[in-house]
Design a protein around this ligand. Structure first.
Ligand code: DGL
Length: 271
């Protein structure tokens, strides 16, 4: 038995963990941010896969039976390989879940005209995962994906509410509407982006609905636990959260306390 592992390249997964804890407050959670190697979004397939597998192994070795990749880039580039190639030899009873399918499943109820805009990291966009998966669920929908390479660095460096961030928020949102002015739904396909939400809302100015992933992933995890009582029974319930980072733990704790709106302590690990 063990905590539920939540992994991201850095701080972004906290936007998922926060929502998961609102809906599933009783479980224990072990968060791992690979801040020393963030951002992942500009890295190659092989590197994202290698880093993600190392993180998953680290969470498994600390007792997790279930790990959520609270990172779209890792979900797009590493999830399938880990599920199909690695889990059978590591431990076929353990599970790794991602954040992309829980997000896409819900779009049918949200978009009125089927024009979906996706804002994500260069890695997620170039993987084509959102376009491919949306086409499977909703064959009539049209997608426009825009890479926002400057947004994760703004969040990792705590510049997400600085005046300088407005330029890059307006730039990528503007490019999306230039390509498809009729976009009615925008998916924030990176877990870091909700930290920029006030600025993104200002730039979108009511032209489209903005979809963040936290609540969707949390609902999907609750549903998963209901459907998998054998996994549910292996996840401990002490309502605790332990934070691990690959960078300076004091800096992580300070930033995470702001994001989580509660005091956070962090431990440094090496992957
Ligand atoms: N939070 C990650 C995501 O959802 C990405 C970050 C990164 O580029 O490191 O894609």
């Amino acid at each position: 038995m063990g905590p539920i592992g939540v992994f991201d390249s850095g701080y972004g997964g906290l936007t998922i963990l926060k929502e998961i804890r609102k809906i599933l407050p009783d479980y224990d959670y072990l968060y791992l941010g690979d801040n020393a190697r963030a951002p992942y979004g500009t890295r190659s397939f092989d590197v994202v896969y290698k880093f993600t597998l190392e993180a998953v192994r680290a969470l498994f070795s600390r007792g997790c039976e279930l790990v959520i990749l609270a990172c779209n880039t890792a979900s797009a580039k590493a999830l399938r390989s880990i599920q199909q190639k690695d889990l059978p030899s590591i431990d076929p009873a353990k599970r790794v879940l991602g954040v992309i399918i829980p997000t896409i499943e819900n779009l049918g109820d949200i978009s009125l005209n089927g024009n979906i805009g996706i804002l994500a990291t260069p890695g997620t966009v170039s993987s084509g995962t959102y376009d491919i998966e949306i086409a499977k669920f909703f064959p009539k929908f049209r997608t426009v994906s825009k890479a926002c390479p400057m947004w994760v660095p703004l969040v990792e460096n705590r510049e997400y509410d600085s005046p300088g961030a407005d330029y890059f928020v307006d730039k990528y949102v503007g490019e999306l509407f230039d390509e498809e002015p009729d976009t009615d739904t925008i998916v924030l396909g990176c877990t870091h982006y909700p930290l920029l939400l006030p600025k993104i809302e200002k730039a979108v100015a009511g032209r489209a609905r903005i979809i963040t992933q936290g609540k969707l992933v949390a609902d999907s995890l609750a549903d998963y636990m209901r459907r998998h009582p054998e996994m549910d029974a292996k996840c401990t319930r002490g309502a605790s959260v332990t934070y691990l980072t690959t960078e300076n733990p004091d800096r992580f704790a300070e930033s995470a306390s702001v994001f989580m709106q509660q005091p956070v302590k962090a431990e440094k690990i090496q992957l």
